[in-house]
Write a new protein. Structure first.
Length: 500
């Protein structure tokens, strides 16, 4: 999937159709692939500059950015520095306080003192100070899975998925409706099957659609597309909420192919404890994606295949998770020896209390989570939160103290997504040109315009239309900020009243 700022659609004739890449864009795809591959061993800033130059030459900069976004997910960036950057900064800042840095000469004296403390050269300290910043990280490797033609196909799939983010319902006709229904159930969506002249049609919505119109299930619809597109003959029609205007988008098997893309698959489990844990964990809206039986881990001459892994959504970071149940003493001992041989792996181990090996696991530098009968989600969540705290702090450090988005209105979630961080990483940041209203950043000029446009006695529906015109989804917080409350009249709707 792509981020919404890279979405390219046509609204010609009142419709809503993705502007797919075609054969004429193949050369551009090849140039983007070549640009990325040609910058292995160079800082991200140099790669970004080269891609920006390519954007200026292209007919549509969003197409270049879309290709680059997909390739970036295949890339590995590393911090390369003579000294650990955090240690270098700590030593340099301490020396700077002693010297009192104002001039260039005083800066050099501070670097000399820091170098003496770190047993390295001043140049090594200077080179290391900010080497862990994103722009200075080095592209170590890029495993491009696609040739130009396959990159076009992957781009078109991702573009279609992104277009579904604002869908409120989808209708699917496919050669394998059972596979579609199975995926719908796993994605916890609602469905009904209708008979039409063209065949059976699966109508898919989210649970909240029973009570109100909502776009919150767009990501699930996007994931469903992966399964639909794997069938031989299919047609998907989506109702898109385009800033309050319903538009219809139709996709067919003529539009998309799915290279190296697996549909939604059902997890299988070795025990009821694992199945129960997975079902409860996946029902939560956390910043961790549960992966069943991830890649094998080297443990000396053997390998360990953990039961699960947790992938953090806002960084390239994985925590493995093993559940130790009612095993024989011999098997437990073998498992402990394998865990002891794992290196540089973050591992959580849920261990049945009857085994009595929690301390042995902790001694092997892994976090033990005792359980009896079922694994408590809270205990796992608390363990993951410790990693989150460090990851959020690192992401916040990499961001500037002040953020100035170009948009007049931007939700914190969207801004965090642009920077590739969680919303928590934005806490404590300054937004000098915006006011934070609820979880949305709004320029004062927009608030002033709304203050002039809204009056007491206006219906809530009319007020929400005016907020929608500015791209504001959080009506409750915005109306409260402007001095209004909503007076409800049964189930017929609400009316704006001045707050007392």
């Amino acid at each position: 999937m792509l981020t919404k700022d890279l979405l390219r659609v046509s609204r010609a004739g009142g419709g809503y159709q993705p502007r797919f890449a075609d054969g004429g864009d193949r050369d551009l795809a090849a140039r983007v692939i070549g640009t990325v591959q040609g910058h292995v061993g160079e800082p991200r800033a140099d790669l970004d500059a080269a891609l920006t130059a390519l954007e200026r030459e292209a007919d549509d900069f969003k197409l270049v950015r879309g290709f680059a976004k997909l390739l970036d997910r295949e890339a590995t960036f590393e911090t390369r520095a003579p000294v650990d950057p955090e240690r270098a900064r700590r030593a340099a800042y301490t020396a700077a306080e002693t010297v009192g840095v104002v001039t260039e000469r005083e800066r050099e004296r501070a670097l000399v003192r820091a170098a003496d403390r770190l047993d390295c050269t001043p140049d090594a300290v200077a080179e290391s100070l900010y080497a862990d910043r994103e722009t200075r990280q080095v592209l170590a490797d890029v495993s491009v899975r696609w040739d130009p033609a396959a990159l076009l196909a992957q781009y078109n799939l991702s573009l279609a998925q992104t277009a579904l983010f604002d869908a409120t319902a989808v209708r699917v006709r496919a050669s394998d409706p059972k596979a579609v229904v199975s995926a719908v159930k796993r994605l916890r969506l609602l469905y009904e099957i209708r008979k039409t002249d063209a065949g059976r049609e699966v109508v898919v919505t989210g649970p909240d659609a029973l009570f109100r119109r909502t776009r919150r299930y767009g990501t699930a619809f996007a994931r469903l597309l992966r399964t639909v597109a794997k069938t031989a003959d299919w047609r998907l029609t989506a109702t898109i909420d385009d800033r309050g205007t319903d538009r219809e988008m139709t996709l067919t098997d003529d539009d998309l192919t799915v290279p190296d893309t697996d549909p939604v698959t059902e997890m299988t489990f070795d025990s009821g404890v694992e199945a129960d844990f997975a079902a409860r964990f996946q029902s939560l809206d956390l910043d961790w994606t549960l992966v069943r039986e991830p890649e094998p881990l080297e443990a000396g001459a053997h390998v360990v295949i953990p039961d699960f892994a947790f992938d953090y959504r806002h960084a390239d970071f994985r925590v493995f998770f093993e559940i130790m149940g009612f095993w024989t003493p011999e098997y437990v001992e073998k498992k402990l020896s394998r865990l002891a041989e794992l290196e540089d792996v973050d591992m959580l181990v849920a261990v049945d209390e009857s085994l009595g090996v929690g301390e042995d696991i902790e001694a092997r530098d892994h976090r033990a989570i005792p359980y009896a009968g079922t694994v408590r989600i809270k205990d796992v969540r608390d363990a993951l939160r410790q990693y989150e705290t460090e990851l959020v702090a690192e992401a916040a450090t990499a961001l500037p103290a002040e953020l100035v988005p170009d948009d007049d209105v931007v939700p914190l979630a969207a801004l965090a997504d642009r920077h590739g961080v969680s919303e928590d990483a934005l806490e404590g940041k300054e937004f000098p040109e915006h006011e934070l209203v609820g979880r949305t950043l709004i320029r004062p000029a927009v608030l002033d315009a709304l203050a002039d446009d809204l009056t007491a006695g206006l219906s809530l529906d009319a007020a929400e239309e005016r907020l929608d015109a500015h791209g504001i989804d959080d009506a409750s917080a915005t109306l409260a900020r402007l001095g209004y409350r909503v007076e409800w009249e049964g189930l017929s709707g609400g009316t704006l009243r001045a707050r007392e």
